[in-house]
Design a protein around this ligand. Structure first.
Ligand code: BGC
Length: 771
């Protein structure tokens, strides 16, 4: 099985002002970045015909109608939407509204579209958007969970199903994927992304957009995707949502921007600004991010939407003096559409008259939005998405539910499994199923769960196990504890102990309430909330095997469980079919194959802890011979390593890795080398393994991480079988932002690691020579 590494997609940036006076530590090879051809074939339009159409239309539009196109209003919705602007029906009728979100359903969208198309002067159709994040009605696992599958086909499938269900409900546009890289599990929105790593983040982002937008945006079962939140939202200080960010140009380019750039190259239709300020400038009014990088450097052709009320929030940031000033700053910076706040709608006419905003700037933004409406085919048939028969057929179809179960199983990560506690023994007669999440429908689908039903549809772990085991096994269920922060009594412990005493094994389903994850859900502690840990300690006294099934949206502090539980299965929030999928894994009908997309810290004080850290001038050492004090970079009271490393995830079977075989130990700027390993399944189950490739650049013109993920391959290896995995390494894979901020590789020595987790690898060495 061969894998060609995808070329890096970061464009070259020459920041000449930064180079002066600096000496470059070693000769840089000429720039190796691949300017990765812009693959916009998903926007299959005849550009000339589109331009002519839009020119003619815009020639007829009044300034007010143009500004209306830049306005996005919230309709009825359970997430962030409210009827903030009660007059939006009136606004549609006047031809003064471009787009609506949180109104869903073929019938409802059609009704509003009819007003826009049939009752206005120019009949410009509306866009309907929505936060379809990890499912619309059929809910898939939480985004972070899906990333843990490292299964790009599965991730694409989830987005594809979500797109079909959304489109069938009249929607043209989803506000996903969130591609914010973050290394801070305190941040609640970590649950919406793909974790800590830029390479994995890029691959997951691309799979999602492919799933949402398909190969042709004009097909009525695809939706426009949104890369959000541009940019650096995931670096909020202290992990506190909306907080300020301050990052260097190098971190910006190396860590936070790459997923956005990859998506722009892949033809993502829209970009959403972030709430935070970046180095002192709010992202929504950030000319450098939106005009310079996104448009001038990257050539982004879609449109930019602000986040919810982010325009007027620049007043609170202390960046704009009032909402009119904020509107001018945002539009001039390149934010085309104003979400909810109506700052553009209320003020821009005056701003044009006063010369604060030019008509050319307004026109550019209007054109970008009309172009997307055109590409969606809405000028041909504005009702093509609002089809009730389609909606009925597509919503929660058998096929969609089966896909959700499949992706959920693939997303689970087996963190620990002593004495083969899992899968549960076939001759088991009783299970104590304990915990506040064991039978919680509302939590099963997690945060940002679209229009997913929280009351009936989701299958809980109790229901999943009952369906799987029938009368064969007695399930003794007790809620036992609570995940609430406050107001807990230990009253439920008694019933939990009784259930546990009469059972062969304890399956504790614990974690966070879904409300503790997502937006505005940052936590200062990562322990199991409420009195769940106290109950686990009580249960441990019974000396029965304990399986901890986790439901949560972020890395947790699991020190106690790591020591005392026999097995730990991370299931995130597994979605509508979660209970079935969890049951499949618990009994061994599916062999877990997920790997962590984020390091799990030992405690909050270690944050940030991630696999691609730097060595420092005093690399960590246990050595105490220098005296009582250890002067290496470490904590006095705790190991440096995370509890569970990035890429960690066990299987019911055993995979053995051969040594690495390199086709050569030298390569040049233009040649490649192949690194091969043989992986043998020496255990008792068929299973999938994620073979991971990491590279370390030993000396750089700037300090380099101890290892960086550069490739992976997920493959099924049958029991007793050996498979060879091969990675091709080219200079692109060694490229980084050098000291002078040019992008490329540097000649020198490298180490390559291949293995089952970032902390469990084989290694080999090679060098890159200058010619
Ligand atoms: C969130 C966005 C979301 C928007 C619309 C905001 O609060 O930050 O991610 O797309 O609301 O619901």
């Amino acid at each position: 099985m061969k894998k060609k590494l995808l070329p890096l997609v970061i464009s070259c940036v020459l920041a000449s002002s930064l180079t002066s006076g600096l000496s470059v530590a070693k000769p840089a090879l000429s720039n190796t970045s691949n300017s990765s051809s812009v693959s916009k074939e998903i926007w299959q339009d005849d550009r000339q015909a589109m331009d002519t159409f839009i020119n003619e239309l815009m020639a007829k539009m009044t300034l007010k109608e143009k500004i209306g196109q830049l306005d996005l209003q919230a309709g009825k919705g359970q997430l962030t939407g409210s009827y903030r602007n009660k007059n939006y029906a009136k606004q549609i009728k006047a031809g003064h509204l471009g787009a609506i979100f949180n109104t869903t359903g073929a019938k409802q969208t059609r009704m509003l579209q009819e007003i826009a198309v049939e009752e206005t002067r120019l009949g410009i159709p509306l866009l309907f958007g929505y936060d379809t994040i990890h499912g619309f009605k059929t809910i898939f696992p939480l985004s972070l969970g899906e990333a843990a599958s490292w299964d790009l086909e599965a991730i694409e499938k989830s987005a594809r199903v979500s797109a079909r269900e959304s489109a069938a409900a009249g929607l043209h546009w989803t506000f996903a994927p969130m591609v914010d890289i973050s290394r801070d599990p305190r941040w609640g929105r970590i649950s919406e992304g793909a974790g800590e790593d830029v390479y994995l983040g890029n691959q997951v982002a691309l799979a999602r957009v492919k799933g949402f937008q398909g190969d042709d945006l004009s097909k009525p079962d695809t939706v426009m995707a949104t890369a959000k939140h541009f940019a650096v939202y995931g670096a909020a200080e202290g992990g506190r949502d909306y907080n300020s960010t301050d990052v260097s140009e190098r971190s910006l380019r190396s860590l936070y921007l790459p997923p956005f750039k990859a998506l722009v190259d892949a033809g993502v239709a829209t970009i959403m600004t972030a709430f935070n300020d970046l180095n002192g400038v709010p992202a929504t009014g950030n000319d450098y991010l939106l005009n310079d990088i996104l448009r001038d450097e990257w050539g982004f052709e879609g449109f930019v939407v602000t986040d919810y009320t982010a325009v007027e929030e620049m007043v609170d940031h202390g960046f704009a003096k009032d909402s009119k000033h904020a509107a001018e700053l945002a539009l001039n910076a390149g934010a085309d559409m104003d979400m909810v706040g109506q700052n553009y709608f209320k003020h821009l006419e005056a701003s044009v008259k006063e010369g604060k905003v030019s008509i050319e700037t307004i026109d550019k933004s209007v054109r970008r939005i009309l172009a997307m409406k055109y590409r969606l085919g809405l000028f041909e048939d504005p009702y093509r998405y609002s089809n009730e028969a389609n909606e009925k057929r597509e919503t929660l179809s058998k096929e969609n539910l089966a896909a959700a179960r499949d992706v959920a199983r693939k997303s689970m990560v087996l963190l620990k499994n002593d004495n083969q506690t899992l899968p549960l023994a076939a001759d088991l007669t009783s299970i104590a199923l304990i915990g506040p999440l064991a039978d919680s429908k509302a939590d099963m689908i997690g945060s940002w769960a679209g229009r997913g039903d929280r009351k009936k549809q989701p299958v809980t772990v109790l229901e999943g196990l009952q369906a799987k085991l029938g009368d064969k096994v007695k399930i003794n269920y007790a809620k036992g504890a609570s995940y609430n922060y406050k107001g807990n009594t230990n009253k439920g412990f008694g019933a939990a102990m009784v259930a546990a005493k009469k059972s062969d094994v304890i399956v504790a389903v614990m974690g966070e309430s879904e409300k503790m994850t997502g937006e505005a859900s940052s936590r200062t502690s990562l322990t199991l909330p409420g009195n769940q840990l106290a109950l686990l300690r009580e249960l441990k006294k019974l000396r029965k095997p304990i399986v901890l099934v986790l439901m949560n949206g972020r890395p947790l502090n699991l020190n106690w469980a790591d020591e005392k539980a026999d097995a730990i299965l991370e299931t995130w929030y597994a979605g509508t079919m979660g209970g079935h999928a969890i049951a499949d894994v618990l009994v061994g009908d599916y062999n877990p194959s997920g790997k962590l997309p984020m390091s799990f810290p030992r405690n909050v004080g270690q944050i940030p802890v991630y696999h691609s850290m730097k060595n420092t001038g005093r690399p960590f050492s246990e050595d105490l011979t220098g005296g009582a004090r250890n002067y290496s970079s470490r904590y006095e009271n705790l190991e440096n390593t995370p509890l569970y490393a990035f890429g960690h995830g066990l299987s019911y079977t055993q995979f053995d890795y051969s040594d690495i075989e390199l086709s050569s130990d030298t390569m040049t700027e233009t040649s490649t080398i192949e690194a091969k390993v043989k992986v043998t399944n020496s255990g008792n189950y068929d299973g999938e393994e994620v073979v991971q490739l990491y590279i370390q650049d030993l000396v750089g013109s700037v300090t380099r991480p101890v290892k960086e993920l550069k490739g992976f391959e997920k493959l099924m290896i049958k029991k007793g079988e050996t498979k060879e995995v091969s990675f091709t390494i080219s200079a692109d894979d060694l490229a980084f932002y050098r000291r002078d901020m040019s992008y490329g590789a540097e000649a020198g020595e490298f180490k390559l690691y291949i293995g089952t987790a970032s902390d469990n690898t084989q290694s080999a060495s090679f060098s890159l020579t200058g010619s």
